[in-house]
Design a protein around this ligand. Sequence first.
Ligand SMILES: [Zn+2]
Length: 300
Amino acid sequence: MASSGSWDKSIAKFVTPVGGSQAGFQSKLGVTKRPKKSYVHLRERQILRQVATRLYFGAKQRAIKKDLDTPVEVQMMYTGGNVFVGSNLYSTAESLHKILSSQRRTENTLIKDSFFKTKTSIGGRTTDRHGKKLSERMYNGKMRKKWTGGPFVDLASRKRATHIADIIKDIQPEYIDPSDKKQVAAAFGKQGHIYVLHGGGNGRHVEEKFTDMIESAKHTGKTYIGGKMRPCLTCSGRMTHSNQQGSDLDFSEFPGRVWKSRFEAQASDVRAVTTNLAKTKPSHVSQFGGSGYGSGSDSD
Ligand SMILES: [Zn+2]
């Protein structure tokens, strides 16, 4: 754990606080609004993002019902033929496990439930669109055949997305503790499983836990990461550093904000990479994110 002096001496001059005590910092290069993204060739990240977003709202609905902490984020990872689902909070992990343990609950959460009061709000429209796409690609045999029927420029990417869909739909989830090296090594030795992360620090960002696992398993295979929100700049620094050390992490190249506590928890060589990102990249928000939907979220 770094001392708070590390913040002042390195990254502080490149960032500026954003209003609100929990809002973190943004790059002094400013905030760039990202338009809706095209996911051609990025179908793995697209489906991870759509599923993560709907699972997030499913977990949020359950949190309200059961009086649990409000979920912060849900992110997913696909690598080595396995799917991983992670959240910052342990209580969210338990909700995700509960949803994914039942095929009926999974289907309802992914394609049926409406999480917004009106379907015409920005959030309502977006989650509705995600639900429709997931319905076609996961639950409608005819549409799905069409989607992978080719020839498409990104056919290989579509086929991997279909594998992700099958695992989520059909396989019972198992818990994995990302800080348990034995469990992590065993998971990377198998294929076709879905793991819900539980452990590794309540409140730490999901991408930190994913990167811990990749590094502890010395896993160098292609790894797709996608979630409800774009990675914060701090996690982008951690993942960029990991790629420099031999990992192959695919994640959004448009980072969001900087979180001081997460920066201070980084090792000094990781902090150097994060500082360099803050110096060279603006912060990003989604143009169509809109109120009620989370300004840090990608739009599609
Ligand atoms: Zn983060």
